[in-house]
Design a protein around this ligand. Structure first.
Ligand code: SF4
Length: 171
């Protein structure tokens, strides 16, 4: 019997973010129907009930690292992922929450929370690439739908995605 190649397993992970880039992914519903059979959305807790299980061929990571727990979690994501792609300004640059990098985060916590001593947070918001190796960074806030589809399609074809080097035209 001929060997059948397993359907690539896709996972989507959220760290500190507004979910806007995941919404871009959800907006690809029609295009995913066209990819039916070519990729399995195996883990996407914001949208499906799939269980965390085994390894994933492609992980899309939204959000930045802002807590000690997330600094551990992203290493676990890396261990589970053959390819890891960061999506959006939060994941690739630290996001708007990176404003804390220029202030004292304890002062912010004291203003926002009744019991700031319960809050476990890092002094900084940092991009995913500061913590683990990243195979590709897709920039934007939010990311562009057609660029996200290019990233997924390129992965399925075994080639590097072709996306603009800049998010604004520099010509
Ligand atoms: Fe939201 Fe922008 Fe961060 Fe995407 S990059 S999660 S749209 S804040």
């Amino acid at each position: 019997m001929a060997n059948r190649r397993a359907t690539p397993r896709l996972a989507v992970w959220k760290f500190a973010s507004c979910d806007g880039c995941q919404l871009t992914l959800l907006d690809c519903e029609d295009e995913f129907l066209g990819l039916a059979g070519a990729v399995e959305i195996a883990y996407f807790p914001e949208a499906t009930r799939g269980q965390l299980r085994g390894r994933y061929d492609l992980s899309l990571v939204e959000g930045s690292i802002t807590t000690p727990h997330d600094a551990e979690r992203i290493r676990e994501v890396r261990r589970r992922s053959a390819h890891l792609v960061t999506i959006g300004a939060c994941a690739t640059a630290g996001g708007i929450q990176g404003l804390r990098n220029f202030a004292d985060v304890r002062e912010y916590a004291a203003v926002v929370y009744a019991r700031p001593d319960y809050i476990a947070t890092l002094a900084t918001s940092t991009p995913i690439a500061d913590h683990v190796s990243v195979d590709f960074e897709l920039r934007g806030c939010p990311i562009a739908k057609h660029q996200l589809l290019e990233v997924i399609t390129a992965f399925l074809a075994g080639r590097r995605p072709v996306t603009p080097a800049h998010s604004v035209c520099l010509d």
